[in-house]
Design a protein. Structure first.
Length: 285
């Protein structure tokens, strides 16, 4: 595996420490890990269910809705048609919502630090309005998932909302708030955790998890996600890696808090295709 990127590890730890909007395990939310997920392939219709109950036992929604970045983020989650191949229609209201969300995250210390870092690297515009425009383009401009098709996707939809392909495959959906809200609507069925090699089971206060779940009838054999973090934290991490790299798929190995992670970012032209964390085991694999 690639050696740790110390510069990014240092930066992302600073962001972790200043992420005042992050929810705290055991205090603002509780997860119920239950059993270890069985083997599954993408496209399986039935898999063993090692978790009878929801992953999220409870979440302090009052707190979620009182934090501007979460509140504006949640308002974006219902703006998308999840199946790929179906053209997205972006209404004027939705454009306003996208902008409200970007304004809210740009006011946070986490995104200010991201902006400063990118300025030093000559990768961002100094003017905040220009930087916002850059973020809009990376995350919200629509594109076709498959070449030549109608614009049916964007980075935000894929990473944070999730998509389905031909009703058989789950794409993306790497965000804990969307997971929690979909689980509450009984759209998501949590099937159990996926363990790391050196750790028999995750702890209920782990803030990065690998899990298995079904959504709208399809299985995601393994999906990894940060838990409890603010949307601005994820936006900052993925945007920085996206802008630093040229290649189509970038994997940066970082240590954030106690978590050894590979942050994976795939590009789709000038836009984010997907982005997610992968938990590494601490022993050399």
């Amino acid at each position: 595996r690639k050696p740790f990127n110390h510069e990014l590890s240092k930066l992302f730890n600073e962001m972790w420490d200043m992420d005042v909007n992050r929810l705290m395990p055991g205090k603002d939310y509780t997860i119920d890990l239950q059993g270890k997920a069985g083997a599954a392939q993408q496209g399986d219709s039935a898999v063993q269910d090692s978790a009878a109950r929801h992953l999220f036992h409870n979440v302090n929604e009052e707190r979620l809705k009182s934090i501007k970045t979460f509140a504006t983020f949640i308002s974006l989650l219902d703006n998308y048609e999840t199946s790929t191949g179906v053209a997205e229609v972006v209404t004027p209201e939705e454009i306003v919502e996208n902008n409200c969300f970007l304004d809210a995250i740009l006011a946070t210390e986490v995104m200010k630090l991201a902006h400063e870092y990118l300025l030093k690297k000559n990768l961002a515009k100094p003017n905040l309005a220009d930087f916002k425009h850059q973020l809009y383009d990376i995350w919200f401009e629509l594109y076709a998932r498959k070449e030549g098709d109608r614009p049916d996707s964007c980075g935000f939809e894929h990473v944070f909302v999730g998509e389905t392909r031909r009703g058989k495959q789950i794409l993306g959906l790497h965000n804990w708030v969307q997971f929690y809200l979909q689980e509450k609507l009984n759209q998501i069925d949590y099937k159990g955790y996926v363990a790391r090699k050196n750790k028999t089971r995750p702890d209920k206060d782990d803030q990065v998890l690998s899990i298995q779940f079904s959504w709208k009838g399809s299985i995601k054999p393994i999906g990894s996600t940060f838990i409890g973090v603010s949307p601005e934290f994820e936006f900052a991490l993925y945007t920085i890696i996206f802008l630093l790299a040229e290649e189509r798929v970038t994997r940066e190995t970082v240590k954030i808090e106690e978590y050894e992670l590979q942050l994976v970012v795939c590009r789709h032209g000038h836009h984010i295709g997907t982005a997610y964390p992968v938990l590494l085991s601490n022993s050399n694999e």
